[in-house]
Design a protein around this ligand. Structure first.
Ligand code: ATP
Ligand code: ZN
Length: 291
């Protein structure tokens, strides 16, 4: 492997749920690299960055030890490994929840029913802390995969596992009773790398690109026409981002209003704008947003 010490290094998952979105995110911010199958390493053409493709379980430790400066991995893995790394930014994909689930027909309904029970999990550290924080004494059975079959095999009374849609739980007649950790992909950094002037500058440039891309994805650009008299109400409705652009229309007394709207309030805002007299609403995606 031909690593260049001048380059920043980032670890992403080699094969799994986070591989494709992590690679796509880097490409979306102008980082060009060859991601053909089976590679362990790629040198970027357009940024001083080397990418290492690793098992997700190894990423927190590699970043902690400085083998790579940065990593993209699920928060669940970072917390379970207990690695000393800086969590820089949540990246908005790989969302899932680490949940305690119990047999549907059983007598357990809340976490307090777990006292003295056996809980199968691949997350002994995170679960152990969760139980200790609540003063719950339960036995943790560590299993590395297919945790959901443990109750059926009478290996455990409950499980603590990752859930995104809940379909795996349903197939095994399990129901979630408590969320232990909400997780998504997170950008992590080595603590020495962020203290190093040269590296931290490269990291911050990369973060600016990532954050402007992520913010753009969460934003719509809205254009509308409205009677001039509705402007005060429209301004009140628009979430406090930037002052909207107001343009006069050929038709007297009418204006066009352009503004960016965050996705989480999008429908609410659109409905209220219509109610305030806005017409001909046009919504376009935002490619990048550099503030
Ligand atoms: P590796 O071979 O790299 O060890 P893995 O099998 O441990 O892979 P994946 O199943 O690819 O990991 O999951 C990677 C990450 O995706 C998880 O750690 C988690 O953060 C996230 N994720 C999102 N939804 C789910 C889900 N339903 N089940 C498991 N992981 C999920
Ligand atoms: Zn893994």
């Amino acid at each position: 492997m031909d690593l260049n010490n001048e380059n920043l290094k980032i670890a992403i998952q080699k094969k799994g749920r986070l591989s494709q979105p992590s690679g796509e995110l880097l490409k979306a911010v102008g980082i060009e690299f060859d991601s053909s199958d089976g590679r362990l390493f790629a040198r970027c053409r357009s940024y001083p960055l080397d990418i290492l493709f690793l098992r997700d379980d190894d990423i927190p430790e590699y970043v902690q030890d400085g083998v790579t400066d940065l990593g993209i991995v699920g928060l669940n893995v970072v917390e379970e490994k207990g690695a000393k790394v800086s969590k820089l930014d949540f990246l908005g994909y790989g969302e899932c929840e680490l949940c305690v689930a119990v047999p549907k027909q059983g007598e357990m309904h809340s976490v307090f029913d777990l006292r003295g029970k056996r809980i199968a999990t691949s997350y002994p550290r995170v679960l152990g802390k969760f139980l200790a924080d609540r003063g719950l004494d339960a036995r943790i059975i560590e299993i590395s995969g297919s945790v959901e079959i443990a109750p059926g095999l009478d290996v455990a009374d409950a499980i603590c596992d990752l859930v995104s849609t809940g379909s795996t739980l349903r197939i095994h007649d399990l129901v979630p009773i408590e969320v232990v950790l909400k997780s998504e992909a997170v950008l992590i950094a080595n603590q020495n790398s962020i203290a190093d002037t040269r590296k931290s500058e490269l990291i911050e440039r990369l973060r600016t690109r990532l954050l402007s891309h992520l913010q753009a994805k969460r934003t719509k650009y809205v254009m509308m026409n409205a009677p001039e008299g509705a402007l005060a109400t429209i301004k009140e409705i628009l979430p406090g981002m930037k002052s909207p652009t107001i343009l006069p229309l050929a038709e007297k007394g009418m204006i066009a209003v352009h503004t960016a709207v965050p996705e989480e309030v999008f429908w609410d805002v659109i409905e209220r704008l219509k109610g305030a007299g806005a017409t001909d609403l046009l919504v376009v995606p935002v490619e990048k947003m550099v503030v």
